[in-house]
Design a protein around this ligand. Structure first.
Ligand SMILES: CC(C)(COP(=O)(O)OP(=O)(O)OC[C@H]1O[C@@H](n2cnc3c(N)ncnc32)[C@H](O)[C@@H]1OP(=O)(O)O)[C@@H](O)C(=O)NCCC(=O)NCCS
Length: 162
């Protein structure tokens, strides 16, 4: 199947944030993790984050939230593809975009994946992410968040993008 033409650009406004919040809260892992619409909106309007939407023909098909500061610099906080658009290669292309952005400022891309989200764990492993830690009972009791990392090397070897 031909890959749809994908554009990734910054999220523009509250209406787009609401659209993304609606499909985030309707799917796992966020259902199990108890993410409410209000919590999703808070994340999607957080000015300390870089927030991007993926579009096909002008329609929003996915969202990415990146945090480029803090202790684990280069944190992919959220990736979601709209349920109607999953398993068509868009998620992998959104990850490639996030990596390009993050590796301009950091040697590492970090992310967390829920212990029950086996499909997403497979997806990240296939893209070269390694499990580096586990946070038991982190968001909800009974499940862990698994910390994964893709690295370019030690921090001291970092060369800022020209
Ligand atoms: C995980 C996700 C971003 C991948 O995007 P995508 O466009 O479906 O990914 P691709 O087409 O590039 O790769 C497909 C792989 O994604 C994974 N995947 C597919 N549907 C999924 C789902 N509902 N939940 C989690 N992972 C899924 C599978 O490993 C799939 O591989 P397969 O097609 O061989 O079964 C997307 O499926 C999604 O938004 N899932 C729900 C939210 C989620 O789990 N986000 C990650 C939180 S850490």
């Amino acid at each position: 199947m031909n890959e749809p033409a994908l554009t990734i650009r910054p999220l523009r406004d509250a209406a787009e944030a609401r659209y993304c919040a609606d499909f985030l809260v309707a799917s796992d892992p966020w259902l199990t993790l108890g993410l409410t619409f209000e919590m999703a909106m808070q994340r999607l309007t957080d000015s300390t984050r870089e927030i991007y939407v993926a579009t096909v023909g002008g329609e929003i098909v996915g969202v990415l939230i990146l945090f480029l500061d803090g202790a684990l610099k280069g944190y992919l906080q959220t990736i979601a593809v709209h349920p109607d658009w999953r398993s068509r290669g868009l998620g992998a292309r959104m990850i490639a975009f996030a990596e390009q952005r993050i590796f301009r400022v950091s040697q590492n891309v970090f992310l967390c994946v829920s212990s029950f989200n086996l499909e997403a764990q497979k997806f990240y492993a296939r893209l070269g992410y390694q499990r580096v830690g586990e946070l038991p009972d982190f968001v909800v009791a009974g499940f862990s968040e698994i910390l994964m990392r893709k690295t370019r090397g030690p921090l001291r070897d970092f060369k800022p993008a020209a």
